[in-house]
Design a protein around this ligand. Structure first.
Ligand code: NAD
Ligand code: MG
Length: 392
């Protein structure tokens, strides 16, 4: 078997660490080419010592210098690069077979898009790339012949439940709709009154999944599901009308595809991201993952309910932005990132998140940007506006 070289963008995060768990299980198949993170020196150092990559990247220059020094002292020959441009370099290098895109937020767009343009196999966790630049991203993938494999558990489930070789033609495949499941998050039973007083730590206590803080808040507000609806639209060429969301608190069914003949195909498993990661890494084969097997006899019941758009307006805003089209989703995402960061640092309340997003959507020009630079300029302008509102 030929060894596959992987670059992990966002290596120190929740998805990045889970990816390295799977890599470590299969030394005969995978080797790490490069690891990248923002500024977490200690964790990246430890990962470099274990996986011995050719390159390590830290965006923060001082952190990169410190990492280089500690690696040299430990006798490791990993070369450390600094700065944002290095992220794209390690994603595009000729030696790289696959790129795990696991940076959080729109910061992941440029290097992930660079990997797409270079025709790499992309394991996509960074859903924000598709939310911000879905049209451009999918066009780039088509033109370069890159392979795009969804890591997000819902989309990985949909990918597994669609016919092999699905080419985006829903009617030809006999598909009626995609059904995304949502856990409902930690505030599923909270009243609007209670939602006014929740804290960042409350939001980060997810009932089923251990994740980074940004996506944890998104899960609590249902914006994560909203971003996933937009992600599904691009990945599977599916209009908003054919994407449904159902709350399924046990997170056992990861999503479903409904067909014309009455069949529904679903993918089930323990809520552990190492399953979709391993699937994306090995597709079309399957490899072992260090995941607890699902035991139906101890599972109890699986339940379902409708999402409540009154208490969780972020999901409605995401559906609306998809229908509006243009740059609406990019504006939604930028406003959400600033609002979530402000909530995490205690500057705004939980219910202000959707309010700030709605205000940004009504203020910004939502016409489709002609290219990446103007799209990123709109992203920056939205962030500046929302930052100003938070400070006021
Ligand atoms: P995390 O916060 O745990 O990790 C984020 C990683 O990105 C870290 O390595 C950090 O150093 C890096 N990073 C942050 N900002 C950066 C920047 N500006 N430049 C370069 N690197 C930067 O996040 P996570 O939970 O692992 O999520 C990562 C992505 O995967 C997100 O897009 C999230 O929506 C998606 N995702 C996560 C899960 C999950 O279970 N955690 C599930 C599905 C999808
Ligand atoms: Mg998900």
């Amino acid at each position: 078997m030929t060894i596959q070289y992987i670059t992990v963008l966002g290596a120190t995060g929740s998805i990045g660490s889970n990816t390295l768990d799977v890599v470590a299980m299969h030394p005969d198949r995978y080797r790490v080419f490069a690891l990248a993170a923002h500024s977490q020196v200690d964790k990246l150092l430890q990962q470099c010592l274990q996986h011995r990559p050719r390159y390590a990247v830290l965006v923060d220059a001082a952190a990169a210098a410190s990492l280089q020094q500690q690696l040299a002292a430990a006798g490791a020959d990993t070369e450390v690069l600094a700065g944002e441009a290095a992220l794209s370099d390690i994603a595009c290098a000729a030696e790289v077979d696959m790129v795990m895109a696991a940076i959080v937020g729109a910061a992941g767009l440029r290097p992930t898009l660079a990997a797409a343009a270079a025709g790499k196999r992309i394991l996509l966790a960074n859903k924000e790339s598709l939310v911000v630049a879905g049209d451009l991203f999918m066009r780039t993938v088509r033109e370069s012949g890159a392979t795009l494999l969804p890591v997000d558990s819902e989309h990985n489930a949909l990918f597994q439940s669609l016919p092999a070789g699905f080419d985006g033609d829903l009617a030809a495949a006999g598909v009626v709709e995609l059904i995304l499941t949502a856990s409902g998050g930690p505030f599923r039973h909270h009243s609007l009154e209670q939602l006014q007083h929740v804290t960042a730590d409350d939001a980060c206590k997810h009932p089923n999944w251990v994740m980074g803080r940004k996506i944890s808040v998104d899960s609590a507000s249902l914006m994560n599901k909203g971003l996933e609806v937009i992600e599904a639209r691009w990945l599977f060429n599916t209009p908003a009308e054919q994407i449904k969301v159902v709350v399924h608190p046990q997170s056992v069914i990861h999503s479903m595809v409904r067909y014309h003949d009455g069949s529904i195909m679903a993918q089930l498993g323990s809520p552990d991201m190492r399953t979709p990661i391993a699937y994306a890494m090995a597709w079309p084969q399957r490899i072992a993952a260090p995941v607890q097997a699902l035991d139906f006899l101890t599972l109890g019941s699986l339940t379902f309910e409708a999402p409540d758009l009154q208490r969780f307006p972020c999901l409605r805003l995401a559906f609306d932005s998809l229908r509006t089209g243009g740059d609406a989703s990019a504006v939604l995402n930028a406003a959400n990132e600033v609002a979530v960061a402000s909530f995490l640092s205690g500057r705004i309340g939980f219910l202000q998140i959707p309010q700030l997003i709605e205000r940004a959507l009504s203020r910004m020009d939502l016409a489709l940007s002609a290219d990446l630079d103007s799209l990123l300029a709109k992203d920056a302008a939205t962030r500046a506006l929302v930052t100003e509102w938070v400070a006021a």
